[in-house]
Design a protein around this ligand. Structure first.
Ligand code: FAD
Ligand code: MG
Length: 318
């Protein structure tokens, strides 16, 4: 149900996430089209139901290639390339580990170490075989599984932005639960305070025509024996990535880059992450650390305001 606070808001639950569309004018039919578009991509890409194109690839692991539609092929190609970067924490073949941990789904618990180490050989990104001419994907070994959970929302946010532009929308925001893509300038995007729950904010960014992607260890996790286990896994160990970060936010033009980089940066931590971003002026990060610091790698594309006195704002050199 839309309501007006200067903007019009439309909400849905898609991809297991709260989805929110904000427009400058009431456009009921357009909002319905946006949610339909997201649903179409979800149906192609999901690994939470047996019948998507990605699941067809997974079911055929070790047996035969599967021809997929162009967007699915392109997204897998992109995800594979990100996975093959040197020391990349991003891994599109992480599926067997994600499925075993079940973090954020019913029945999550810490798997025995020997089970995790047995799954590691099934997560090699170079064993995702692409046939450009046939538009097909094959997983080299039985038991392998692609999981696009760390990149698909970013890809879809960009497709929604493109669709809105084609429909003549000049001001709007699509939020896919952590992946925010903005059209037009002067938007204020809140940054959640980790583990505070609800609407508590650490700060807010002012941006325009940019994507803002946040990935946090506070979003999906469970606790066992006083230890917290979150949903971003280290492909090198099979366990959740363990470092000083509570969340990372990436500001970039395209949300797919933001989604890839949140995972890459989670693997690097603050100082290595800042060093890597010095080579990429188009991509900027906001780190929120466990010891309550907020660190900006740089801030050319946005303005940041700290809103929580418990946190300190420092720059990357501090
Ligand atoms: P990100 O940090 O961007 O990604 C974390 C996710 O990526 C993990 O949840 C895991 O799936 C995967 N991952 C973990 N470690 C790595 C790694 N090292 N490299 C690469 N990937 C990694 N949730 C539901 O509860 N129910 C649903 O039915 C459901 N359907 C979905 C359908 C689609 C098409 C998509 C894209 C997501 C769906 N989700 C669903 C949400 C999904 O399970 C993840 O929670 C979500 O994608 C995480 O996104 P994020 O931006 O919060 O985190
Ligand atoms: Mg991501």
């Amino acid at each position: 149900m839309p309501h007006n606070d200067g903007h019009w808001h439309y909400a849905a639950v898609l991809m297991g996430s709260p989805v929110r569309l904000t427009l400058a004018k009431p456009r009921e039919a357009l909002a319905a089209s946006v949610f339909r578009l997201i649903k179409q991509y979800e149906d192609l890409l999901t690994v939470n139901r047996a019948d998507s194109q990605v699941m067809a690839i997974n079911h055929a692991a070790g047996h035969h290639p599967v021809a997929v539609s162009r967007p699915v092929f392109e997204l897998i190609r992109r995800a594979r390339a990100a996975s093959l970067l040197p020391d990349s924490a991003f891994n599109l073949a992480i599926g067997p580990l994600v499925k075993r941990w079940r973090i954020g789904f019913r029945g999550d618990s810490v798997p025995p170490a020997h089970e995790l180490s047995a799954l590691l050989p099934l997560t090699r990104p170079d064993a995702v075989l692409l046939d450009e001419a046939a538009g097909s994907v094959m997983l080299a070994r039985p038991g392998m599984e692609i999981d696009l959970g760390a990149i698909a929302k970013g890809y879809i946010a960009d497709r929604v932005r493109d669709f809105l532009r084609r429909e003549g929308v000049v001001r709007g925001v699509i939020n896919l639960g952590g992946n925010v893509q903005t059209l037009g300038s002067g938007w204020s995007i809140g940054l959640k305070r980790p583990f505070a729950g609800g609407d508590a904010l650490v700060g807010a960014l002012e941006v325009g025509d940019r994507s803002v992607v946040t990935s946090g260890t506070y979003e999906r996790y469970f606790e066992q024996d006083g230890q917290r286990y979150h949903h971003i896994l280290d492909p090198r160990t099979g366990y959740p990535l363990d470092n000083e970060l509570d969340s990372v936010t990436i500001i970039s033009a395209d949300s797919i880059d933001g989604d890839i980089w949140t995972t890459l940066i989670y693997g690097m931590g603050v100082s290595q992450g800042c060093a890597a971003l010095r080579e990429r002026p188009d991509i900027e990060a906001i780190f929120v650390t466990r010891d309550r610091r907020v660190i900006l790698s740089s801030s050319r594309q946005f303005r940041f305001r700290l809103l929580d006195d418990d946190y300190r704002l420092t720059d990357s050199t501090a």
